[in-house]
Design a binder for this molecule. Structure first.
Ligand SMILES: Cc1cc2nc3c(=O)[nH]c(=O)nc-3n(C[C@H](O)[C@H](O)[C@H](O)COP(=O)(O)OP(=O)(O)OC[C@H]3O[C@@H](n4cnc5c(N)ncnc54)[C@H](O)[C@@H]3O)c2cc1C
Length: 505
């Protein structure tokens, strides 16, 4: 099933790691020492290591606000060589210390933390790059986005980078041509599908275990100008998924008929059909939608988008109508928007800013993200959405459910997905108070247990496993290769300890 990247017909430019800026304020250079490692002080990077309480605190938690781990220092590299120097010191030390790259710390389980080690603030590298610029300035955009843009390229390539574009363009990890990676031995390697390919495939979806990505060359295409954005509501889950699967079957990259984006979500009795992640529905439509939710308990919302520009503005409606005409959504419950591409791509940001202004962004996020095989998605709906989620009645955040095609992924990469040709991404994107995130953890556990008991072979996305057996089970047939690659590229197990795959279990 592995497919090579097509030779780029579009321009490919260097896309610098760390798309957006986050800074560590009030930082003081390191003047103390890591007790076990005085050798660091002799290095050039010593001046770029921070140990003041504010710097350490800023990397001791993450978006999840569930885990806390204190490092000994934060490295703010200005060059790739700084990262090479740091890793070499750790590698050559008799008692190596751990090192974690941190993008924006948007992980939810401490994955970018390094207990008693050094956290590398990757945004600092970006701040020192003169050539750093956004692709949109050149009228270009990546083929495959995430729903939320304020993540880093290095962080998403360490997972997969999925969204409504994945069914057609593959995850972000399937759209990479080349990377510069500093391995756990401190070696800087340029890798691609044709050069040091073992490292290349290891790093893609590799949870930061094999090296720190310092440059990535990814596929771009001319950025579309505008987007037709449509939502359709269903009361019947089987009809909803049948229509989703029909639509993603048009997945050729240049087919006129194919959509550019497809997702789906649950609407439950939460007072408003909108949530922090989306304010798509105008208030004038709320009562109509709420009455359906009240009647059915859960309404399933199919969301699609089609890009257009000056050349296609006269045909886009016809093409969209052609796709939609056979669908079985509830009569009268189709909603349409016509927005700029930037507004569409940046759709989650306004929700974030609103929550930030209310002090509700930096709260615990006990998220659970799963890949569910197509053959069991109806069982999942019956056992999880209808039984567990509806009955517990604590889920207020967005719940996503949308399918993707396995043949857009590459099995040589570290990322793990279900065995079936089509599988669903299901995301429970909970926010909670500091006192009650345990309730959501209980629900997450119940969902995982249900799947286990029912024999639904799910895989976690952005996974978290408490035991080594959990990880071995997660990787399945890929575990052996994953462990061998770790021994090859990070034999002293220095990198990304916060994933807790090889360390601290
Ligand atoms: C609001 C929100 C929306 C999201 N939406 C999506 C979405 O639509 N699709 C999706 O796929 N994911 C989504 N995510 C999840 C996101 O992909 C992960 O959180 C991911 O870890 C990226 O976050 P980050 O760039 O801040 O990485 P971090 O959390 O900082 O790091 C994640 C892991 O990658 C490692 N790492 C970071 N940088 C590098 C590097 N340069 N080289 C090697 N390893 C590195 C870290 O050590 C850590 O183990 C979302 C997260 C949030 C908070």
């Amino acid at each position: 099933m592995a497919e090579n990247f097509p030779i780029p017909t579009y321009i490919v430019v260097i896309f610098i790691i760390s798309l957006l800026i986050s800074t560590i304020g009030n930082s003081k250079p390191w003047s103390a020492s890591l007790s076990h490692n005085n050798r660091l002080l002799a290095l050039d990077v010593a001046g770029k290591l921070l140990v003041d309480p504010d710097s350490l605190k800023s990397v001791s938690s993450d978006f999840g606000h569930i885990v806390k781990e204190h490092p000994k220092a934060v490295l703010c590299p200005s060059t790739t060589q700084d990262i090479v120097s740091l890793i070499k010191v750790a590698y050559n030390d008799s008692i190596p210390f751990s090192i974690a790259a941190r993008g924006h710390g948007h992980s939810t389980r401490g994955q970018a933390m390094a207990h008693d080690g050094v956290v590398v603030d990757m945004s600092s590298l970006k701040n020192h790059r003169n050539g750093s610029r956004t692709t949109l300035e050149y009228g270009l955009a990546p083929l495959s986005f995430t729903d939320y843009l304020y993540l880093t390229v290095g962080g998403t390539l360490s997972n997969a980078g999925i969204s409504g574009q994945t069914f057609r363009y593959g995850p972000q990890i399937a759209n990479v041509y080349e990377m510069d990676v500093v391995t756990g031995k401190g070696e800087l390697v340029t890798c691609s599908a044709y050069k040091s390919s073992d490292l290349f495939y290891a790093v893609l979806g590799g949870f930061g275990q094999f090296g720190i990505i310092t440059r990535a060359r990814i596929a771009l295409e001319p950025a579309p100008k505008r987007v037709k954005w449509v939502r359709m509501l269903y009361s019947n889950f089987s009809t909803f998924t049948k229509d989703q699967e029909y639509l993603i079957s048009f997945n050729g990259r240049r087919q006129n008929l194919a959509l550019n984006y497809l997702e789906g979500s649950l609407l439950m009795d939460q007072g408003s059909p909108n949530n922090w992640r989306s304010s798509f529905f105008p208030s004038s439509d709320h009562s109509k939608i709420i009455s359906q939710v009240t009647k059915h308990g859960i309404i399933y919302c199919l969301e699609v988008a089609k890009y257009y520009d000056d050349h296609t503005k006269n045909t886009v409606d016809k093409e969209l109508q052609q796709l939609i005409k056979g669908l079985s959504f509830l009569p009268g419950l189709m909603f349409e928007k016509n927005v700029s591409n930037v507004e569409f791509l940046n759709r989650v940001r306004s929700g974030e800013l609103k929550l930030q202004s209310q002090g509700l962004w930096d709260v615990p996020h006990p998220w659970l993200n799963l890949f569910v095989p197509k053959s069991r998605i109806v069982d999942f709906n019956n056992g999880v959405f209808k039984e567990i989620v509806l009955k517990r009645n604590i889920t207020t955040g967005p719940v996503l459910v949308y399918p993707m095609n396995r043949n857009k992924w590459d099995d040589r990469m570290s990322a793990v997905i279900p065995e079936e040709d089509v599988f669903y991404a299901v995301g429970f994107l909970h926010s909670s108070g500091f006192g009650n995130w345990g309730d959501f953890e209980e629900q997450n556990k119940e969902i995982l247990k249900f799947c286990d008991n029912a024999g639904i072979k799910i895989k976690q996305y952005l996974p978290h496993h408490a035991t080594k057996e959990g990880w071995i089970n997660h990787f399945g047939s890929k575990w052996k290769t994953f462990a061998e690659r770790k021994a090859q590229f990070d034999p002293k197990m220095i990198l990304a300890p916060g994933q807790r795959i090889f360390n601290n279990i």
